[in-house]
Design a binder for this molecule. Structure first.
Ligand code: NAP
Length: 275
């Protein structure tokens, strides 16, 4: 039996802070129900409580999961099934960077980066594409009413970065992980056309906890122009049918410049601003 309260639900990873929390707020305003995932239980509960106060008609569930743990995927899949959640959206947003020379950074932390930024995103997509496809078929057959102004067209937003377009010395693995996310998401965009809208969101430096976690608050990248998370998320949601979404004019110009310049120049420039 379906759970009527959990129709039109968007699963957001990394929803305890930054872009993920902002996605939760903007989707709640649009009338979507939410399943918020991250490690910090108290932060998730605070977001849940505040959203439920401001948007009482929105069902907001939270699940504390460490995407670095081997059983994270099974925990999430079981939760969605037990709660009879009908997914309309998946936002693979959880991710982090670590600044420093590759060989000098702890191997464990690098393994965690690969797990969260790449493996979890990939396997969550694999696990939930069948749910989203089922939602898509139901929408096409008009079995799901567009309630509360929600356009129930299923979507996946994978959060990449402008880092995806080039190599990034001093953040080597982070840049490489985002290149994976961009390439993977573009491929899914084509494979799932007509069923699920898949986008790679490629923000540039944005004011969240990212810089602090990556130990790069004092780097030139975050001293130059930093975007506001509200603007990044509202643009991502507005453009979610597009394969590649780059918020902000300066970020768009930056990506074009990276494509035009030889790679030996772009990697040297990236090294300079991330030292
Ligand atoms: N901010 C930027 O400048 C920028 C630019 C380009 C791309 N991005 C990308 O945007 C995405 C969101 O980052 P943000 O800027 O919003 O950073 P943030 O404020 O640090 O948020 C990161 C989120 O990821 C969650 N997370 C980290 N490790 C996790 C794990 N092992 N299991 C579950 N959740 C985990 C964190 O929650 P818990 O700590 O509670 O687990 C937090 O909610 C990332 O993929 C990042 O690479 C950010």
């Amino acid at each position: 039996m379906e759970n009527d309260e959990m129709k039109n639900t968007v699963l957001i990873t990394g929803a305890s802070a930054g872009l993920g929390e902002e996605f939760a707020w903007q989707l709640a305003e649009q009338g979507f129900n939410l399943l918020l995932v991250a490690r910090r239980t108290e932060r998730l509960s605070t977001v849940q409580r505040n959203i439920s106060i401001k948007y009482p008609s929105v069902s907001c569930l939270v699940l504390s999961v460490d995407l670095n743990e081997a059983d994270a995927l099974a925990t999430l899949v079981n939760f969605v099934s037990l709660q009879k959640i009908e997914l309309t959206g998946l936002i693979n947003n959880a991710g982090f960077g670590i600044r420093g020379e590759f060989y000098a950074l702890p191997a464990n932390r690098q393994r965690e980066l690969l797990q969260v930024n790449i493996n979890a995103l990939t396997m969550l997509s694999h696990a939930f594409i069948p749910h989203l496809t089922a939602t898509s078929i139901a929408v096409h057959n008009n079995k799901i009413p567009h309630s509360q102004g929600v356009q129930a067209v299923p979507f996946i937003i994978n959060v990449a970065s402008t880092a995806a377009f080039q190599a990034g010395p001093n953040l080597a693995l982070y840049y490489a992980s985002k290149a994976f996310v961009l390439s993977f998401s573009e491929a899914l965009h084509e494979e799932l056309k007509g069923k699920i809208q898949v986008s790679a969101l490629c923000p540039g430096a944005t004011k969240t906890e990212f810089a602090e976690v990556a130990r790069m608050s004092n780097s030139l990248v975050f001293k130059l122009r930093v975007m506001d998370k509200k603007a990044v998320v509202s643009y991502a949601l507005k453009k979610r049918g597009k394969a590649i979404v780059i918020p902000g004019l300066m970020n768009k110009i930056g990506v074009i410049a990276v494509k035009l310049l030889p790679r030996f120049i772009t990697r040297k420039l990236a090294y300079q601003i991330q030292k």
